[in-house]
Design a protein around this ligand. Structure first.
Ligand code: GLP
Length: 244
């Protein structure tokens, strides 16, 4: 795992974008793994700048979301499909029909589980993910793999931790409107990506970053699985690196 500490959130975004661009394959359309959340927004803006000056082209790229809420219609503005359309497709020019998001609209657990299995199959059919962009939750989660998630898990239905629902309540009218469940790429799915680029900024992430980078590899801190990846780059600003 390579750790890069940048002086500011802006420079962290720039370094992380360079790490993404350096991981894109030559001679084939890129397959990106896409995180939602505030952490990667600066990185996406840097990728947009790279597109604008001809250093990158995502017009034939495919994108695979890390996760999706269960129970929100795909048209809901806070569904991760809509968030990624707004914050990634429209920003970096990735075609909406190249965007894949787990289907959280199934009416039964069996339907949701079938959708989760189909999602892993779709990633494999696309040839795997070239670069997976990641944030980290304040409790060390990756995607929606909450503490105690299996380190080899595949895409599946999960219950959201109380803290995650609290953290994400800012996107909804009230905490009670935050869905209770999600479908998330598993940690095993994430680990299959050829390169991982995790960006974390701000002091609220310092403890989680410390556990992920310098703690034991443990399901108690799902992001610590990155220690096991041969091509994982963690980009931090000074505040997020404060406990290292
Ligand atoms: C969210 C997402 C994660 C994200 C994390 C941190 O709930 N499911 O993919 O990395 O929490 O979010 P933020 O970057 O807004 O702090």
């Amino acid at each position: 795992m390579e750790i890069i500490v940048a002086p500011t959130p802006e420079s962290a975004a720039s370094v992380a974008a360079q790490a993404v661009l350096a991981g894109l394959p030559a001679g084939k359309d890129p397959v990106l793994g896409l995180a939602t959340g505030s952490s990667p927004l600066g990185l996406y803006a840097e990728l947009a700048a790279a597109v604008a000056d001809g250093r990158a082209d995502f017009s034939a790229a495919k994108g695979f979301a890390l996760d999706e809420y269960v129970g929100l219609p795909a048209t809901h503005p806070e569904s991760y499909r809509q968030v990624l359309v707004r914050e990634v497709c429209e920003v970096i020019g990735l075609p909406v029909d190249g965007l894949n998001v787990p289907d959280g609209t199934g009416a039964t657990l069996a339907e949701l589980e079938a959708g989760a299995a189909a999602y892993d199959a779709a990633i494999a059919a696309a040839g795997g993910i070239d670069v997976q962009i990641l944030g980290i939750g304040a409790n060390g989660h990756v995607g929606f793999n909450e503490p105690a998630s299996s380190l080899s898990s595949r895409t599946r239905v999960k219950r959201l931790a109380a803290r995650t629902r609290r953290d994400n309540a800012r996107f909804f009218a009230s905490e009670s409107e935050v869905p209770t469940h999600c479908i998330t790429q598993g940690l095993g799915t994430v680990m299959d990506a050829r390169r991982l680029v995790l960006i974390a900024t701000g002091e609220a992430k310092a403890n989680a970053v410390g556990a992920a980078v310098e703690g034991p590899l443990s399901a108690s801190c799902p992001a610590s699985i990155l220690q096991w990846h041969a091509n994982a780059i963690v980009v931090l600003d000074e505040a997020a690196a404060a406990s290292l």
